[in-house]
Design a protein around this ligand. Structure first.
Ligand code: PNS
Length: 164
């Protein structure tokens, strides 16, 4: 039985992440989406919001679990009894960081392997940061993110308009 973790900040989840989730789901027996809870990264969305949006975006895929985690990924993998970490690679620029991370994780916990899925070309330019920038300047994010996320951006905009 192959249980895998797809970890990330998901601040917020994009259609590129959803594509990796769907493709991983077809490969492994059980998929856990691990959402990093690290306030030092100053996320736009709280971990509760990020988990909720991921759950809404993946609720058509039975058996996927969306679980927040703190601390080391390898500790979370051990706790979940998962032997595989899945990460997406969009471009060569992702590779250096991902290689370093996978080798560090493997050193820390040799039983945990990392598998890379290359991003679908349709999403290879897409990142959570660019989506946040589009939203910050009032642009329409709906072609880049699941509906739950564009609704959350609209809600945040309404709240900030009220505060002004
Ligand atoms: O979506 P991101 O921000 O690229 O995801 C990065 C993530 C969450 C996978 C990575 O930061 C992580 O695993 N953090 C947990 C801390 C950890 O285990 N660090 C050691 C590995 S280098």
């Amino acid at each position: 039985m192959l249980r895998a973790i797809y970890p990330g900040s998901f601040d917020p989840v994009t259609l590129g992440h959803i594509d990796i989730i769907k493709r991983s789901y077809d490969i492994v027996d059980e998929l856990i989406v691990g959402v990093l809870n690290n306030n030092a990264k100053m996320p736009l969305f709280s971990v509760e919001e990020r988990v909720r949006m991921l759950k809404e975006a993946t609720n058509a895929l039975p058996g996927i679990r969306v679980i927040p985690f703190e601390g080391l990924l390898v500790d979370f993998a051990r706790q979940m009894e998962a032997g595989l970490v899945i990460r997406g690679l969009r471009a060569i620029t992702d590779f250096e960081y991902e290689l370093q991370m996978s080798q560090t994780n493997h050193k820390l916990e040799p039983s945990v392997e990392t598998m890379f899925l290359t991003a679908n070309v349709e999403y290879s330019y897409l990142s959570s940061s660019t989506v946040k920038e589009i939203a910050a300047f009032g642009g329409d994010t709906s072609q880049f993110v699941p509906e739950a996320v564009s609704l959350a951006f609209n809600q945040k905009k309404k709240e900030s308009n009220k505060d002004e």
